[in-house]
Design a protein around this ligand. Structure first.
Ligand SMILES: Cc1ncc(COP(=O)(O)O)c(C=O)c1O
Length: 491
């Protein structure tokens, strides 16, 4: 009740300051007193908040509430797979044998950790139908770069130097063209056909001996399974190119379809999405890459190998594949994320892993079926783990945009869906419920979305000014990203 000022303004830490108030007690000096640095190195005018411990705790507790997380409420942020992250995984990652080891420790002292990594490599290879895996990349985007560097190394090792371009569909996540360009490739964009699949005619026209590979997201960022996939892969392989699978949407395929069986040569998995890891706001993540036999020798180093001595004793060690592209980071991946992914897969077991994709797909199709009468559905097909609506009908009829709908959802305590992506869908609202939500939560969300569509008709201003109940309302998001103001400075 005392937290905001009487004018409703939130109190900053500085506003709580009173001269001479302290929140800590320093212990008595028990070391020889040292002289201060020279006066010209001291800042006499440093204006620091002086607050009691209670005020400090209140301040941080209040600002911690400004964040939204999956532990607060429903978080249908499409393409980001904001599923509930079981606390058990955090507990496993916090075990002393996991959290208190150092990447420079000699292998014999960290056998358990190496064994976990080795088993995770095997589990991911099995889930994706590939021959091997590297856990080194620390984000999906880094997995993409790793994959494209391996494709490059593969062609060059065969003396095939003509391949200078990579094909990427117009629905792709922005990191795909960025990764291809960072790996040294020109990007050739392919159109999506009227059904939301790869346009086969355009693909046939684009392939040639200058194409290193095709980066395809399956299911696509439209939430659709590309039903042309076998033909796509045949066309690219016949032209000597390789298939890169962006596995960010692996949640839809788990236990049902293996990218390796489809013919992909390399696929990354956003472990932080599919295999749980509290993520968002830029991290932390893990973007393991899985490869078929062709690319196995090029995996980044290190990979974890199991060795068996003459007496049959097993041990684990770090190794470098014969034609490795080298290291993708300082050590061997984001270990905490790897432990969580391992714990999640082991906890689920085979049947649990299958249930993930089934429930994720059923949930998304339930949302689709309950909202398609009010929100435009550009590709009216059964979707996979997410559904992409368009608010273009609300924009046309009432001047209400996808952004307005998303901001209004905040007033109802729901995290906005992904907006304006994929770029080929006008006023896109990309909703990914994930498998961890109950029927009741989905019904509440559907109710809210239906109510918002009604509000758009009856009172569009309510949506255009939303959110109404947050510390900040509409931010200049470009300025917030490009010129973030992260420090308090004295006036
Ligand atoms: C389809 C797709 N590909 C790649 C990425 C990149 O993954 P990351 O954010 O872990 O770098 C994302 C992230 O949202 C994505 O949705």
């Amino acid at each position: 009740m005392f937290s905001p000022d009487s004018d409703g303004r939130r109190k900053l830490l500085m506003d709580r300051s009173a001269p001479g108030r302290v929140g800590t007690t320093m212990p008595p000096l028990d070391v020889p007193e040292q002289a201060l640095p020279p006066a010209d190195m001291l800042r006499a005018d440093l204006d620091m908040p002086e607050v009691s411990e209670a005020e400090l705790v209140r301040y941080f507790s209040q600002i911690s509430q400004f964040n939204f997380s999956i532990d607060h409420n429903f978080y249908p942020l499409g393409s980001c797979t904001m599923k509930y992250n079981p606390k058990l995984n955090d507990e496993m990652a916090g075990l002393p044998g996991m959290a208190e080891i150092h990447p420079r420790q000699p292998a014999p002292t960290v056998q358990g950790a190496l064994k976990l990594m080795h088993e995770l490599q095997g589990l991911l290879a099995e889930i994706t139908g590939m021959a091997g895996a590297s856990l080194a990349p620390m984000a999906g985007a880094e997995g993409e770069l790793t994959g494209m560097l391996m494709i490059r190394a593969y062609h060059l090792a065969r003396g095939d130097t003509k391949r200078t371009a990579a094909l990427i569909p117009d629905s792709a996540h922005g990191t795909n063209p960025a990764s291809a360009a960072m790996a040294g490739y020109d990007v050739v964009t392919l159109p999506t056909d009227a059904n939301g699949n790869t346009d086969l005619d355009a693909l046939r026209a684009a392939v040639g001996d200058d194409i290193a590979g095709f980066m395809l997201t399956q299911p696509s960022t439209l939430g659709l399974f590309d039903t042309n996939i076998t033909e796509v892969i045949r066309i690219v392989h016949d032209a000597g190119g390789l298939l890169y699978g962006d596995g960010a949407n692996l949640n839809a395929l788990l236990g049902r379809v293996k990218p390796g069986d489809l013919g992909f040569d390399v696929v990354h998995s956003n472990l932080h999405k599919t295999f749980t890891q509290p993520h968002g706001g830029g991290g932390p993540g893990a973007g393991a890459v899985m490869v078929n036999d062709r690319l196995l020798p090029f995996l980044p180093s290190p990979v974890v190998e199991r060795r068996t001595d003459a007496d049959g004793n097993e041990s684990y060690d770090l190794a470098s594949p014969p034609q490795t592209i080298g290291k993708m980071g300082a050590f061997h991946g984001n270990f905490g994320a790897l432990v969580r992914a391992y714990s999640y897969i082991r906890t689920l077991g085979d049947s649990g892993v299958n249930a993930v994709s089934e429930d994720a797909v059923v949930n998304a199709n339930y949302v689709l079926s309950q909202l398609k009468d009010l929100y435009d559905l550009p590709y009216d097909r059964t979707c996979m783990h997410e559904v992409v609506f368009s608010a273009r009908n609300l924009k046309r009829d009432y001047g209400v945009s996808a952004l307005d709908v998303a901001k209004r959802l905040i007033d109802y305590g729901v995290h906005p869906p992904t907006m304006y992506f994929p770029l080929i869908v006008e006023e896109a609202l990309m909703i990914e419920p994930t498998e961890t939500e109950s029927r009741e939560t989905l019904d509440q969300f559907i109710g809210v979305m239906r109510r918002i569509a009604q509000e758009a008709r009856d009172n569009p201003a309510l949506l255009r000014d939303a959110p109404h109940d947050t510390p900040n309302t509409r931010l200049d998001e470009a300025a917030a990203a490009r010129r973030p103001n992260l420090r308090w400075r004295p006036q």
